[in-house]
Design a protein around this ligand. Structure first.
Ligand code: AMP
Ligand code: FE
Ligand code: FE
Ligand code: ZN
Length: 288
C-alpha cells in the first residue's frame, strides 16, 4: 500500500511531518508522498525520520490554480500536484512559489478584514499563529469555531469561507497551464489532483480540459482519491491511457483537519493505491 497525497502541519494537516511518517510506518505503507499546499517544507522535516524507518518518501506539492471556464468569471478551480523534485528545486521554481505564498498572505489579510467588517473579532495574527509556515482557510475555520462563530469547521466554511459564502475573498492563483509548465520545468511530474472536481463528471468537458493540460505538459492524473467513486477512478484510468498519462493516487489525508479520511485507505477503506503506479510515475518522470 502507498499514499501519494497527504498534508502535514506545514500546510493544513494536523500531523507534523515526523508524526505523519510514524503513522505511515505504523500502518505499513511502503511509500508516502507529502504534498502540502504551496510549500515543499514538509519533505525536509520528514526525510530523516523516513530514512531511519525504511519508508520511501516522495517530495511533492499541491498548487491551487484556475482554468478559464465559460460562465465562471473566476474560472474553474484546478489543483495541480507536482511529484519528485529530487534535485534541489530551481531558483525559478522557488521564486514562483514565493509569489504564490505572497498572494496567499495577501488573501489572508483581506479575509481577516472582511470577517471584521462582518462584525467578527478575528485578527490575522491569531490565525497565523495556528498556521505555522502556511496559513489557509482551514486555520480561519478553527479560529471561527474556537470563538463560537461556527459550530464546526464545515459550518465555518459554509457560513463564511466557501466560494459562495459571505466572507469569501478570492486568492490570486496561477493559470493551471502555467503551473503545469512551471512544475515541469522545475523537474516535477505535474498531475491533476482529484480530477472529478474539474467538471462535476461532465465527460466531454473533462476531456477538453485534460487535453489542454496535456498541451501544457501534464504528466499524470490522480485516478484514485478518497472522494472518487469507483466510476470516477475507472473514467480517469481510461483517460490516462488515452492521453498517455501516468496515474497516481492518494488519500488527501489532513489528519483530524479532514474528518473521515484515513492515511492509506481513504474513506471507509475506499482507497488502495497499487505500488506499481509509483514505478510507472518514475518511468514517466524520467522521460520529462
Ligand atoms: P486555502 O488554500 O487557504 O484557500 O484553503 C483551501 C483548503 O481548505 C483546502 O485545501 C481544504 O483543505 C480546505 N477546505 C476547503 N473547503 C472545505 C470545506 N468545505 N470543509 C473543510 N475544509 C475545506
Ligand atoms: Fe488542504
Ligand atoms: Fe486539493
Ligand atoms: Zn490535497
Amino acid at each position: 500500500m502507498i499514499d501519494l497525497h497527504t498534508h502535514t502541519t506545514e500546510s493544513d494537516g494536523s500531523l507534523s511531518p515526523a508524526e505523519l511518517v510514524d503513522r505511515a510506518c505504523a500502518i505499513g505503507l511502503e511509500a508516502l508522498a507529502i504534498s502540502d499546499h504551496d510549500t515543499l517544507a514538509g519533505y525536509d522535516g520528514a526525510l530523516e525520520r523516513a530514512r531511519g524507518a525504511g519508508l520511501e518518501l516522495i517530495r511533492a506539492i499541491e498548487i491551487g490554480t484556475r482554468h478559464p471556464e465559460p460562465g465562471k468569471p473566476r474560472g474553474q478551480s484546478v489543483h495541480v500536484l507536482g511529484y519528485f523534485l529530487t534535485r534541489a528545486p530551481s531558483p525559478i521554481l522557488l521564486e514562483w512559489l514565493a509569489g504564490i505564498q505572497a498572494a496567499r498572505r495577501d488573501r489572508n489579510s483581506r479575509l481577516a478584514a472582511r470577517l471584521r467588517e462582518l462584525g467578527l473579532d478575528v485578527r490575522l495574527e491569531e490565525v497565523e499563529a495556528l498556521g505555522r509556515r502556511l496559513t489557509g482557510r482551514p486555520h480561519f475555520a478553527r479560529v471561527l469555531v474556537g470563538k463560537g462563530y461556527a459550530a464546526t469547521v464545515e459550518d465555518a466554511f459554509s457560513l463564511y469561507l466557501n466560494e459562495s459564502a459571505k466572507a469569501y475573498v478570492p486568492k490570486v492563483e496561477p493559470l493551471a497551464a502555467d503551473a503545469i509548465a512551471h512544475l515541469r520545468e522545475g523537474g516535477a511530474l505535474p498531475v491533476v489532483a482529484h480530477p472529478f472536481r474539474l467538471a462535476e463528471g461532465n465527460p466531454q468537458r473533462e476531456r477538453e480540459m485534460i487535453a489542454a493540460f496535456c498541451d501544457a505538459g501534464l504528466g499524470g492524473l490522480e485516478a484514485w482519491h478518497s472522494d472518487h467513486s469507483p466510476a470516477d477512478a475507472d473514467r480517469f484510468l481510461a483517460l490516462a491511457r488515452q492521453f498517455d498519462l501516468a496515474v497516481t493516487g492518494g488519500s488527501d489525508f489532513h489528519g483530524e483537519a479532514k474528518a473521515g479520511v484515513q492515511l492509506g485507505t481513504g474513506r471507509n477503506g475506499n482507497l488502495a493505491v497499487p505500488r506499481a503506479a509509483l514505478d510507472r510515475m518514475r518511468e514517466r518522470a524520467a522521460r520529462l
